[in-house]
Design a protein around this ligand. Structure first.
Ligand code: RB5
Length: 155
């Protein structure tokens, strides 16, 4: 397993804590930045990490910003990505089991580090259950294919 890790300045401290946690756990990761609390644009970092997951270079991704929302919106524009913004362990587990989420997003300004690391653990330990959920995830992929490269409906 290899994790794609990224943040903007608003999620930088949390990303560093997650990197330390992954290292402690012996989980391989690639850090796509940012590398300080200097103001940057979250799409740049979220996109690089999401593309690495979409290309299969990384198994899963964890993205942090102030809320986890901006990076989730960016990641979900990348074909093949199912990013879930989760701040509790139940949602994190379900995002893997039912939605086959491949990216977890977290908001440093929303949760404390202790809870965030529990959420990361729940996300990484859970497995997609498939079964009745598979046709729903397939429908998400079909929607993605329908609109990929064609702009928004009505445009
Ligand atoms: C940066 O100030 C902040 O907007 C960003 O980290 C994130 O919360 C956006 O969704």
């Amino acid at each position: 397993m290899k994790i794609a890790l990224a943040s903007d300045h608003g999620g930088f401290q949390l990303k560093e804590q997650i990197a330390a946690y992954l290292q402690e756990q012996g989980i391989d990761y690639r850090d796509f930045g940012t590398d300080s609390e200097e103001s940057v644009d979250y799409p740049d970092f979220a996109l690089a990490a999401a593309e690495a997951v979409a290309r299969g270079e990384c198994t899963l991704g964890i993205l942090c910003c102030g809320t986890g929302i901006g990076v989730a919106i960016v990641a979900n524009k990348v074909p093949g990505i199912r990013a879930a913004n989760c701040h509790d362990t139940f949602s994190a587990r379900m995002s893997r089991e039912h939605n086959n989420a491949n990216i977890l997003t977290l908001g440093q300004r929303v949760v404390g580090c202790g809870l965030a690391l529990d959420v990361v653990e729940a996300f990484l330990q859970a497995k997609y259950t498939g079964g009745r959920h598979a046709c729903r995830v397939d429908k998400i992929t079909a929607i993605e294919k329908k609109y990929c490269g064609q702009g928004m409906p009505g445009q």
